[in-house]
Design a protein around this ligand. Structure first.
Ligand code: AMP
Length: 183
C-alpha cells in the first residue's frame, strides 16, 4: 500500500447506511462505498490481515458474496489459499452442505471438502456479522471438512444482534473493525 492505511474510524465513515432495505426497519450497512474508495478495500484488508497473521491462520475462508471480496484480499496479502463457501448448486464437485435458519425460512451453504487439509487452521472473513447464522453455518461446514476454526474476522459488527456472542459460544474468537448500534 502506498498511502498509510485508513483507520477503522475513517473506514466507518465510508460505509453507506440505507434505511429500510431489504425490509422496513433494517438499516442496511452498504460496503459498496467503502470498497469504491481508493484506500477503502486495501485498508480493510490491511487491518484484517494483521489479525489473521497474528492468529497464525493457514487458510482463509469467505462466504458468498461479500466475504469473497475481503477474504480473497486477506488471503493474497498473507500468501494463503482461499476457500469459497458458496450458495447452493454452484460448485461442480461433490460438496458438503449445511442448512441454517434465517429470520424467515432457511438458507444453505456448500463447500468442497477437499479444499481443507485435516487440522488446518482456517480463519473466516466476511463483511458483516449480524445474527451470526451465516458464520455459524460456515464454522460447522469447515469443521466437518476437518478444519480447526478458532477465528472469524468481519469488517462490521452489529452487536445488538448477538452474532459475535453466538460465535464465541461456539469457541470462535471474533474480531471486527467497526460497529454500528441497532439492527
Ligand atoms: P447473519 O447471518 O445474520 O449474521 O447475516 C450475515 C450476512 O447478512 C452478512 O454476510 C451480511 O452481508 C448480511 N447482512 C445482514 N444484516 C445486514 C445489514 N444490516 N446490512 C448489511 N448486510 C447485512
Amino acid at each position: 500500500m502506498s498511502a498509510p492505511p485508513l483507520s477503522p474510524a475513517e473506514l466507518r465513515q465510508l460505509v453507506r447506511t440505507v434505511p429500510d432495505f431489504p425490509e422496513p426497519g433494517i438499516q442496511f450497512r452498504d460496503i459498496t462505498t467503502l470498497i469504491g474508495h481508493p484506500q477503502g478495500l486495501a485498508s480493510s484488508m490491511h487491518h484484517l490481515a494483521e489479525i489473521a497473521r497474528a492468529a497464525q491462520a493457514q487458510k482463509i475462508a469467505g462466504m458468498e458474496a461479500r466475504g469473497f471480496i475481503f477474504g480473497a484480499a486477506v488471503a493474497v496479502q498473507l500468501g494463503l489459499g482461499f476457500v469459497p463457501v458458496r450458495k447452493p448448486g454452484k460448485l461442480p464437485v461433490a460438496t458438503i452442505g449445511v442448512d441454517y435458519a434465517l429470520e424467515y425460512g432457511t438458507d444453505r451453504l456448500e463447500m468442497d471438502p477437499a479444499a481443507i487439509v485435516r487440522g488446518e487452521r482456517v480463519a473466516i472473513v466476511d463483511d458483516l456479522i449480524a445474527t451470526g447464522g451465516t458464520a455459524l453455518a460456515t464454522v460447522q461446514l469447515l469443521r466437518e471438512a476437518g478444519a480447526v476454526v478458532e477465528q472469524a474476522l468481519f469488517v462490521i459488527d452489529l452487536p445488538d444482534l448477538g452474532g459475535a456472542a453466538r460465535l464465541r459460544d461456539a469457541g470462535v474468537e471474533v474480531r471486527t473493525l467497526l460497529q454500528f448500534d441497532g439492527a
